[in-house]
Ligand binder design. Structure first.
Ligand code: ATP
Ligand code: MG
Ligand code: MG
Length: 369
């Protein structure tokens, strides 16, 4: 049987294996630096990279997979490049290198002729101030590396705000972005094979709470066909330009002047978890199909799907739902513990169900603690 190696042992690796094992594919997992492996227990061989072994020994311990992938944006690119000597690594290490650094990422997007918010690089507080003055308020200051779930970033609306962050920004690389007045945030998930076949899912609309995704709805309500087509064109353009293989996720802002790309994730994405119950083929199955060069599965959905994250709670809701995924992680405040999916014929029918589910998960505030 065919074997896929995954660098990383979190819930994304878990769901890739759960979704692709029924296709007869076996998995092994490489734990980086003593990471917790609870999510992938029982799903395949687990190998610890942390004991300084030769790469070849690691590769063999993983059962000599025919292709290797990764589940985290921040994966060690040097490790991926070393593994590439033994089998293909998809997405390619170059894709991780670009998306691990916000200025490199935005530059790669604009090089492909696609729109992003106006931005400037900055390396210290004084350069941040110069950039903010040039771009105007509101502005976002983000560290180029190690930012996720809205961490390591600041929104400044005024000179006062800007002064307020002076002692919070150590010298390192930042990107300063113009604040975009968007009406919605949407994301597009697509998969591409090495021979250039591409499938995309319907756009999802994303609602965040305190910088973390809380609810995703697909197909995105309030989105017309033109926006879907434009997003598909953007994603295909990027995937072709990078000779990309696997699933790529693209987060966008919808503005009065059209679509802007916010950021990319070279992996399966939280805003695509709805595909587990809402699409013919999940993003996880299509990722594995893409990296193995198998025919890609259908991405259409017949109904409206909603995914609600369980942040800092791990429950089995009593209200009707189309599925609860609990990742089996140790409970910590705010941590992504699992998600629930709801399906219905219309967005209107779903609205009340989303509200009730949020109340069941989070209590009367309907929001994570
Ligand atoms: P993720 O968890 O999605 O990886 P992240 O920490 O990488 O998030 P971003 O996606 O860049 O951060 O920003 C987090 C959120 O902040 C966005 O979803 C959006 O709501 C808001 N935001 C970021 N940049 C801008 C901008 N230029 N204009 C307006 N809002 C922004
Ligand atoms: Mg991000
Ligand atoms: Mg984001």
């Amino acid at each position: 049987s065919r074997r896929v190696g995954i660098v990383g042992c979190g819930q994304l690796a878990q769901m890739m294996a759960q979704e692709a094992r029924p296709l007869g594919i076996e998995f092994s997992f490489l734990a980086e630096g003593g990471e917790n492996t609870a999510c992938v227990q029982g799903l395949g061989t687990i190998v610890d990279a942390g004991n300084g072994e030769e790469i070849e020994a690691l590769y063999k311990a993983m059962g000599s997979p025919e292709v290797i992938t990764a589940e985290r944006e921040g994966v060690d690119v040097g490790l991926l490049r070393a593994l590439e000597k033994f089998c293909p690594v998809y997405p390619r290490p170059d894709a991780f290198e670009k998306t691990q650094h916000r200025v490199r990422e935005k530059t790669a997007i604009t090089d492909a002729g696609l729109p992003v918010a106006p931005f400037r690089p900055a390396n210290n507080y004084s350069e941040i101030c110069t950039a903010v003055k040039a771009l105007g308020y509101p502005a976002f200051i983000k560290s180029c590396e190690n930012g996720y779930d809205g961490k390591n970033q600041w929104r400044v609306n005024s000179d006062e705000d800007l002064e307020g962050i002076a002692d919070q920004v150590p010298e390192q690389e930042y990107v300063v972005e113009k604040g975009i007045n968007f009406s919605r945030e949407v994301s597009l998930i697509g998969a591409r094979t090495a021979d250039g076949k591409v499938v995309t899912y319907p756009l999802a609309e994303n609602d965040h709470y305190n910088g973390t995704l809380l609810v995703s709805t697909a197909p995105a309500p309030h989105v017309d066909e033109k926006l879907q087509t434009t997003a598909q064109e953007y994603l295909s353009t990027l995937m072709d330009a990078w000779d990309y293989v696997g699933v790529l996720a693209m987060e966008c802002f919808v503005t009065d002047d059209g679509l802007l790309i916010n950021e990319l994730a070279p992996r399966v994405h939280n805003s695509g978890h709805w595909t587990l119950a809402g699409a013919k083929t999940s993003q996880f199955a299509n990722h594995v199909r893409a990296i193995l060069g198998m025919p890609l599965g259908e991405t259409a959905c017949d109904r409206v799907a909603v995914m609600i994250n369980m942040l800092g709670v791990d429950k089995k809701p009593a209200l009707p739902n189309e599925g609860v995924w609990s990742y089996g992680k140790e409970l910590r405040p705010g941590r992504k513990m699992g998600h629930v999916i709801l399906l219905d014929d219309t967005q209107d029918k779903l609205a009340a169900r989303i509200d009730s589910m949020l109340e069941e998960l989070y209590g009367s505030s309907k929001r994570p603690a």
